[in-house]
Design a protein around this ligand. Structure first.
Ligand code: PBG
Length: 340
């Protein structure tokens, strides 16, 4: 009896062999379900004030390989991104401390760093989308995304400021307005403000499900807002990392209010949210692999724990598998080079 079983085994069991398709590289490529392409990548870039080249970009210690660029260097980076086939960049200003105020007025200055950068890049006539964040934290003395009174983040007063910020950025030539502030109702009022000023074609990418995450630390170093964030955190407006259903409500509202694309942020620890958002709404859906995620891979690789190149590509593929149409990532240039 037992010898029959042994014979059966040799005669062909298991007859379903998952390893057959994995045996050769060509076969693995043939059955591959997802791919990362340069078209999927959005490069975030930090801007600093300063005169023309040759000026050295300022390294960001908590984000190895990332820099703050003056506008002329930024133009070179924009061109490099475009040459590699990256469709869009996202701009973030490091506003000089002396321009940060409680009323955040620098956000509406048509000559602020972001607006100057947008104009300069647009002059290059690249086939490249420019995304500008809408939130007050780069301009506030307190580091919060909204206006503050008696320690409270004011929702409706902030909306007025965000509209003004969005319009100033659109006037400079921004293609996609990306509200990252998480105030209630902001997508709707920004849409109206843009339309009423003749910017009906400017797209809105809503940071729709944005969590109050500890993974934003290095970004706050990069734009110089961490020291300002005296109230400590953003938990009264960014989402609780414990919640899933709430993310679907947030996304549904942003879509109703006119968002053209939605985003989930952070990325890797929130792939479950990304998958649910994509399958529920079928919208153009983006993931933000945030500064802390980037730093984890960089520092682990620097210390010999993991292979940077392979972990970078695997992490980007994971976003595609979970349903992302695109990924904001500080690896965008390296990834696009690796994929070309
Ligand atoms: C500003 C903003 C933040 C990020 C993008 N836009 C920081 C924050 O909300 O505190 C984080 C990006 C990153 O960590 O890479 N509202």
């Amino acid at each position: 009896m037992s010898s029959d079983l042994t014979n059966d085994h040799h005669a062909g069991y298991p007859n379903i062999r998952m390893r057959r398709n994995r045996r050769t590289d060509w076969s693995r490529r043939l059955v591959r379900e997802h791919n990362v392409r340069a078209d999927d990548l959005i490069l975030p870039l930090f801007i600093q004030p300063g005169s023309n080249s040759p000026s050295l970009p300022t390294p960001i210690p908590s984000m190895p390989g990332a820099f703050r660029y003056t506008i002329s260097d930024l133009c070179d980076k924009a061109r490099e991104a475009s040459d590699l086939g990256i469709p869009a960049i996202a701009l973030f200003p490091a506003t000089p401390q002396e321009l940060k105020t409680d009323d955040c007025r620098e956000a509406f200055n048509p000559q602020n760093l972001v607006c100057q950068a947008v104009r300069a890049i647009k002059k290059l006539n690249l086939d490249l989308g420019i995304i500008c964040d809408v939130a007050l934290d780069p301009y506030s003395s307190h580091g919060q995304d909204g206006l503050v009174e008696n320690g409270q983040i004011l929702n409706d007063q902030t909306l007025t400021a965000l509209c003004e910020q969005a319009v100033v950025q659109a006037e400079a030539g921004c293609d996609i307005i990306a509200p990252s502030d998480m105030m209630d109702g902001r997508v709707g009022v920004i849409r109206q403000a843009l339309d009423s000023k003749g910017f009906a074609d400017v797209q809105i990418m809503a940071y729709a499900a944005k969590y109050a995450s500890a993974f934003y630390g290095p970004f706050r170093d990069a734009v110089g807002s961490s020291g300002n964030l005296s109230a400590g955190d953003k938990k009264t407006y960014q989402m609780d990392p414990a919640n899933t259903n709430e993310a679907l409500r947030e996304v549904a509202l942003d879509i109703q209010e006119g968002a053209d694309m939605v985003m989930v942020k952070p990325g890797m620890p929130y792939l479950d949210i990304l998958q649910r958002v994509k399958s529920e709404f079928q919208m153009p859906t983006f993931a933000y692999q945030v500064s802390g995620e980037y730093a984890m891979i960089k520092f682990a690789a620097q210390n010999g724990a993991i292979d940077e190149h392979n972990c970078m590509l695997e992490s980007l593929l994971a976003f595609k598998r979970a349903g992302a149409d695109g990924i904001l990532t500080y690896f965008a240039l390296d990834a696009a080079k690796a994929l070309s």
